[in-house]
Every structure is written in C-alpha cells, then in structure tokens.
Design a binder for this molecule. Sequence first.
Ligand code: NAP
Length: 507
Amino acid sequence: MSSPTEATELVSAPEQPHHEVVIIGGGFSGIGAAILLDRAGFTDYLLLEAGDGLGGAWHWNTYPGVAVDIPSFSYQFSFEQVAGWSRVYAPGRELKAYAEHCVDKYDVRRRTRLRTTVTGAAFDDVAHLWRLEIDGSDPITARHVVSATGVLTQPKLPDIDGLPDYTGTVMHTARWDHTVDLTGRRVAIIGTGASAVQAIPHLARTAEHLTVFQRTPIWCLPKPDAPLPGLARAALRSVPGARRVSRLASQAFVELTFPVAAHFAGLVPVAAVGERIGHTHLRQAVKDPRTRAKLTPAYALGCKRPSFSNAYLPTFNRDDVTLETTSISEVTPTGVRTVDGTEHTADVLVLATGFKVFEKGNMPPFTVRGANGLDLEKWWEENRFQAYQGVSVPGFPNFFTILGPYGYNGSSYFNLIETQSAHIVRALRKARKDGATRVEVTAEANADYLASALGRRGNQVFFQESCGVANSYYFDVNGDVPFRPATTLETMWAARRYPLDAYEFTA
Ligand code: NAP
C-alpha cells in the first residue's frame, strides 16, 4: 500500500504527452518542419497526414501540365539542393519524387502516420498539452503542435446551378482522374487561374474541342523555362558552388517578381514593367485582336496571382479552342449554358475553380480550441486574421503555424518553411532551456506585429482601385491581404532575432 505522500505524488504527477511535437500536414511545410525540428534536437515528433501519400500539393495535383512556376533552383530546401531537375521549372512528378527523397533521407517516414485526419485540437491548460481528436482512432497528445496544413488544399467547387445533374465526367484539377481519356472528346474547362493556365495547352492538344470559360482574365507572363541538359545537370552536380550560384540567381529573380513587386510597389515600379512585358507577350502570342481583348486583364498586375506560361496564350489561336467569356447561367445534363441561352455541349467538364482560402474550415481544416476554450476560427473572425510573424497567436499556447496570416511574403514556399521553422525552433529551444511547458506569444508582441504589417500597406500593390475587379483570393472578408509585407532577407533575419520576450514561457 502506498503512503499518503506517495499517493498525493501519484495523483499530481503531470500527464506526459505522447509526443513532444505533433506536426499536422505532410506537404513540404510539414516535411520541412519535421527535418528542421529533428536537426535542432526535437526528435520526438509525429507527423500526421490525412491523405494516402506525402508531398501535399504535389501529391494531389497531377493534372496534365502540372509544374512548379518558380524556378526549381529556388523551389527546394536550402539544405537539400539537388541537381537532377529535368527543366528550369520542374514538372509536378519531380516535386513529388523530391518530397519522397527528403522524407527518406531525413528519416521522416518512420515518424509519419498517413490516412490520419485530425478533426479537432484542444489545449489542456492544466497539463500544458494539446489533445488531438483523430477521425476513427484514439486521440493523440502533444506538448506542441505545428500546423502545416497549407492553404490551397481543399478543392472549391463552383456554386453553379445544375452541376450535380451533369451526366458527363466532371473532375477538379486537384483531383485528376487519369482513367479518363480525353482523346476525341468535347471538353469544357471552367476557370483560368494558374492550374488552368498549365492544363489548357495539354487539354487542347488531346480533346476534339476545348471550350474555356473565363470569368476574369489572368496576367500571363513569359516563362523563362528550358530543359536542363545532361551537361548542365552534371555541372550542377560537380562544379563547386554551381548549385549555390544558380539558387542565388533564381532567388533574386523570384524576389523581384513577387515580394519586391507586390510589397514595395510604391518604391520600385516592377509591376508596371511586368505589365508592359505581359501586354507584349499577349500581342505576340494571340493573332485575333478580339480574342486578345478578351484575354486582357482590367486590373493591375499583382492584384491577383499572375501566371507564367509560353503555351497558354497561343492555344487560343487554335480552331478547336473556344474562349467563352459570356457568364455561365447553369450546367445542364449535357454541357454548360451561358446567360445568352447558348448551350455548350461537353463530354467532360474540368473544374479549374481553385481552392478554399479564407472560407470557414480551412485555416486550419480542424477546430482549434486554445486556452479557456478559445476558438481560433472565431477569434480570427472577430479580431481579423493575425499571427505573430505568421507563426503564433495569443491565447493559443504551444501552437505554431507555418502558413499563418502575415507569414508568407510571396517568395518560394521553401524560404517560408525554413524561416517559420527557425522561428519555432528558437521558441522551443528557449522553452527547453527554461524547463517551460507552456509557450505563448504575448498580446503586445502580436498587436505590434500586426500594426507594423498594416502600416506597410501604403507601398503594397493590392490596395489600388483596379484590384476591385480582379476577383482575387488574396483578399479576406475585411479586405485585408494577409501576406507578409517584407523582403525574404528581412523575414529570415526576424525569425532568428525576434525578442524572446515576445513569448511567455511558463513551467
Ligand atoms: P484560382 O487561381 O483560384 O482560379 C480559379 C479560377 O476559377 C478563376 O479563374 C476563377 O475565376 C474561376 N472560377 C471559380 N469559380 C467560378 C465560377 N463559379 N464561375 C466561373 N469561373 C469560376 O485556382 P487555381 O488555378 O487552382 O490556382 C490556385 C493557386 O494554386 C494559384 O494561385 C497558385 O498559388 C497555386 N498554383 C500553383 C501552381 C504552380 O506553382 N505551379 C499551379 C497551380 C496552382 P475568377 O478569377 O473570376 O474568380
């Protein structure tokens, strides 16, 4: 029998979590966070992925033509630069293979659980840990949670009457059905965003006829793409510094085309130069002036995400491709009807209609209840989107995000992943050093950060009148654009130098 003292000790022994860190999401964000936590000595992590494979966007998006649209030299981890890309802009399957390579090389697979959907997360303020509800399985507890569920992951179906009664084949670009043969079929595609821009040239080559339903034209810029011949790959592999130099050049290009162009538009008029390039590209690519006019955006470059393609615009010169800009009234059992009464028959309907972004149930796709039961989605709804350096939110201790509001500056996602992981590692190291089991960003640090982000709006490209007609998913319900208005160097510096008293560490 235990003595009264021993019994008290047993009762009050703090509950130990199953894992020090649980990472939710098996895309590059989750994989990168896992590797970097591991390297920093946080080896007791578990990575949970709802799907049946790793690689995130590159696991799910397999539509014809899918490829990265920033140069591959930038679209990879700085600590794992490979030399085998077949092109400057690698096709999607190479990104998926790269994800698998990283998972194996850095021993992530052993600590991964696939087909494991987190449905809810609740912070236990007594035990200082998160309880994760798992669909169809026992809960998992973690001292810390890294949410790496991405943003552009949940396909958005268009709210068009009649869609459920369509009798042909329907597929969303992010859930491509490779058993469907498009040869000799009449295909219709709704949407002209980045996914459509990549798929359309391929669909046009296969289908008997392709009808493209465009609501808002996209800015399409030339893509400086080319195959990387064996010699170039060999040089990247063996010439000292070659990978570093190619990455540096590619980073500079990416930095100029998004973060600088978007956030410092008032200081550096890159967007205006980009528009001139876009207009020239369109003039050279499309013969018919009426088609050209339809493809010309009425909003400034930067209001919504532009695309890069050399093949998209010339597709509209083909006799077997129709660009339809009359609004859709409904989907019929056999095609798509536009408001002028015309029915466009189609055997296959492709929905290139994008993803949920700021809609409920997406950031993240499970309920998060922090200290005192505070609901994250509701808190953001009531207080607008915000997160300290895009990573942490007051009231949600031990909870960190890779793609939180005001975290991503528009450069390569790999910069973001490494930067946010560095931020998280720094906070966790301090917690470990202090023996703290509860880490929470202060309300002041968060408020100051938000104020500074909003204070930089004046130079951003987003807040000009023409953006009103862009239909851009960048804008949330408050009209905010929660991108991080900073250069990549600044984000890297801030992640490694933020004042540690921005967080409260409690044992
Ligand atoms: P998206 O950019 O959101 O485009 C959706 C398209 O569907 C838009 O043209 C939209 O028109 C149209 N649409 C939606 N609902 C409609 C409706 N009811 N009726 C008519 N048209 C409708 O989606 P996405 O092309 O899949 O691209 C999403 C993001 O994923 C990109 O911005 C990019 O960040 C990422 N992405 C990256 C790559 C890459 O790196 N290689 C490739 C693909 C995607 P409106 O513009 O009028 O709303």
